[in-house]
Design a protein around this ligand. Structure first.
Ligand code: TMP
Ligand code: ASP
Length: 237
């Protein structure tokens, strides 16, 4: 795609977003910066930006083939990708297959317990409020999304879970849980946005149970840079 990259529009904790000469397209730049516990812990994970860029792009292309519309347009290089410009729906959608993290803390269910059916959760995407847990009535009451949008987001999220579970298991990785964000195109169409990466998913080795994701960083366990490389190697060869 022939576009010129222009000024930075936004800088988040792990990515920067740049305008381009096409008003419907932005460029995402993936950094190695990592935060945990609401930005309380700050650090970097070597070459994380490369892994997250390449992995997220590959997974979004596979999802597109299965009928999920995504923001992916074109990978420019190791860290930069053109994506469709959206306004982000301020909901973090979490899908859980196995108990872990905040679910285990909240519910007193041991990490590693597999659920009978997958769980979908919403959080309100607001760092200053620490992304509080909400349900879909909050989203409707506060006009974060319409009922129709919530139905679309819910259907896409469960379908994405089925597709990703299979892709990961083929790489001997258990998909424990993950977080998705959706956006609206200028015509209102809902598409998958943000990223799918070891920052936003819990990946456990299907044989050993070893963590292959950002929990290594969040929990000060070490080895996160190597784990990210391992996930990339297993999925992209
Ligand atoms: P949780 O157990 O901490 O709620 O996390 C559930 C999933 O969501 C896990 O795969 C990590 C991901 N996640 C994010 O991508 N961003 C966040 O800010 C948090 C808290 C979790
Ligand atoms: N949202 C968290 C933070 O910024 C990151 C995470 O736990 O993935 O601290």
């Amino acid at each position: 795609m022939n576009v010129t990259v222009k000024e930075q529009m936004y800088e988040g904790k792990a990515k920067q977003v740049f305008a381009t000469s096409d008003p419907e397209i932005v460029m995402v730049h993936y950094k190695d910066d990592a935060t945990a516990g609401d930005g309380e812990k700050k650090g970097t994970i070597r070459d994380k930006g490369i892994v997250n860029n390449k992995l997220s792009n590959a997974l979004m292309q596979k999802l597109e083939k299965e009928g999920i519309p995504t923001h992916y347009v074109e990978e420019l290089n190791d860290r930069d990708t053109l994506v469709k410009k959206v306004s982000i729906v301020p909901l973090e959608v979490i899908i859980r297959n196995v108990a872990a993290g905040h679910f285990s803390l909240r519910m007193g269910v041991a990490e590693g317990t597999t659920f009978k059916t997958p769980i979908l959760e919403f959080s309100y995407k607001d760092d200053s409020l620490h992304d509080p847990f909400i349900n879909h009535y909050y989203a409707l009451a506060l006009e974060l999304a319409t009922q129709e949008e919530i139905d679309t987001i819910t259907a896409y999220s469960f379908k994405i879970n089925e597709i990703l579970k299979k892709i990961m298991l083929d790489a001997n990785i258990k998909l424990v849980d993950f977080k998705l964000e959706f956006g609206r195109l200028s015509d209102g169409t809902i598409i998958l946005a943000d990223e799918i990466s070891p920052d936003t998913c819990r990946f456990w080795d299907a044989t050993t149970g070893a963590h292959l994701d950002k929990d290594l960083f969040r929990r000060n366990m070490g080895g996160e840079a190597d784990a990210y490389q391992e996930v990339m190697k297993r999925l992209l060869g």
